[in-house]
Design a protein around this ligand. Structure first.
Ligand code: COA
Length: 336
């Protein structure tokens, strides 16, 4: 008997992207009427001016994901029934069962594609994209839809001024597909987690979940808890290390990268990486001013915007990087 052979590794291309942000705006001015804060403080410490937020009871994780995916499918010009897998990075799925990804197979017409959600907080899109890319590369799938979506404002305690000022709602999606050239797609990728620091950023569902060192009175169960200073320290270090390791592993100099897509968590965190690593400032994409931190939505939203604004130079690779709760961090260097 002739042993069946595995297909040779292929490359991957981004066939289309889409994103969705709700129309309703929560400005710094609005927040300053809700908690003791000011536009000046928020802009200075975070770079955020406003966030787009879901209308209660009419918009949410599934509806945002569905619209972003519809747009990505349209952009790719594909028949959705040819999608082999849908992977959704999210921590705000309306239900733990079914997954948001499973509901999307029916909504977009991709049944019976495989589907699952990934819980990696703000790294949700990066993890999904890295997984989807790998499935295609080894020949397990030909076309994968990857998404990052979070309805973060559903997790906010709007009495907590240090956390609630940061977050907005968004979804980003990309259609990945196989190409013959194995040099296209993710030429380097990482996915990491360090659970020792989980208590700096978490969502307690019951009192037993509350982290030992989180001693504040009046913690609201079901709302995001954040130790801003701890997360900041972690983020600054990990962000820079993730970018420098990706450059080192691929032998690229900062100037060789065509576009940097960084998780939009705080403008100061991104600026410190730019300064420390000497990244070309005009190629580091920023939209945190408009949307705030949209968790898993952030990187996919940026990817869609840079493509639609024609900021991509396909002769140079793209570097994507994120970090988030868990604590998690992830990167990818992408050859167009
Ligand atoms: N408005 C006004 N004052 C505020 C405030 C707000 N929204 N939030 C906090 N403060 C106050 C604090 O109470 C503190 O007052 P005190 O000095 O009287 O105690 C002061 O501002 C400084 O607080 P601190 O927490 O040290 O501020 P900071 O410079 O670290 O900025 C964050 C706070 C949250 C913006 C910053 O820590 C941060 O961005 N951390 C990372 C968050 C993140 O990226 N999370 C998502 C990860 S994916």
């Amino acid at each position: 008997m002739k042993i069946p052979q595995l297909p040779a590794p292929r490359g991957v291309r981004i066939a289309g992207t889409g994103s969705f942000t709700p129309d309703a705006i929560l400005s710094n001015e609005d927040l300053s009427k809700m908690v003791d804060t000011s536009d000046e403080w928020i802009v200075q410490r975070t770079g955020i001016h406003r966030r787009h937020i879901c209308e209660p009871n009419s918009e949410g994780t599934f509806s945002m994901a569905n619209k972003a995916l519809e747009r990505a499918i349209e952009d790719a010009g594909i028949d959705p029934s040819t999608i082999d897998m849908i992977i959704v990075g999210t921590v705000t799925s309306e239900m733990t069962c079914p997954s948001t990804a499973a509901r999307l197979t029916a909504a977009c017409g991709a049944t019976p594609a495989g589907a699952f959600d990934v819980s990696a907080a703000c790294c949700g899109f990066m993890y999904s994209m890295n997984l989807g890319e790998s499935l295609i590369r080894v020949g397990r799938a030909n076309r994968v839809a990857v998404l990052g979506v979070d309805h973060m404002t559903s997790l906010m305690d709007y009495d907590d001024r240090s956390c609630s000022i940061l977050f907005g709602d968004a979804a980003g999606a990309a259609i990945l597909e196989a190409v013959d050239d194995p040099n296209r797609g993710s030429i380097h990728q990482t996915m990491h987690a360090d659970g020792r620091g989980w208590g700096a950023l978490y969502i307690p569902r019951k009192s037993g979940d509350i982290a030992e060192n989180d001693t504040e009175e009046g913690i609201r169960l079901g709302c995001l808890r954040m130790n801003g200073r701890e997360v900041y320290k972690f983020a600054v270090t990990k962000f820079q290390r993730a970018i420098s390791s990706a450059l080192e592993a691929t032998g690229l100099e900062p100037d060789d990268v065509g576009i940097y897509i960084c998780h939009q968590s705080n403008l100061r965190i991104i600026e410190s990486a730019v300064e420390k690593l000497g990244l070309p400032e005009d190629r580091v994409y920023i939209n945190i001013n408009e949307y705030g931190n949209t968790s898993a939505g952030s990187v996919g939203l940026c990817l869609d915007e840079v493509r639609k604004k024609k900021l991509v130079d396909e002769s140079k690779p793209m570097l994507m990087v994120a970090f988030g709760g868990g604590m998690t961090w992830s990167s990818s260097v992408w050859n167009w």
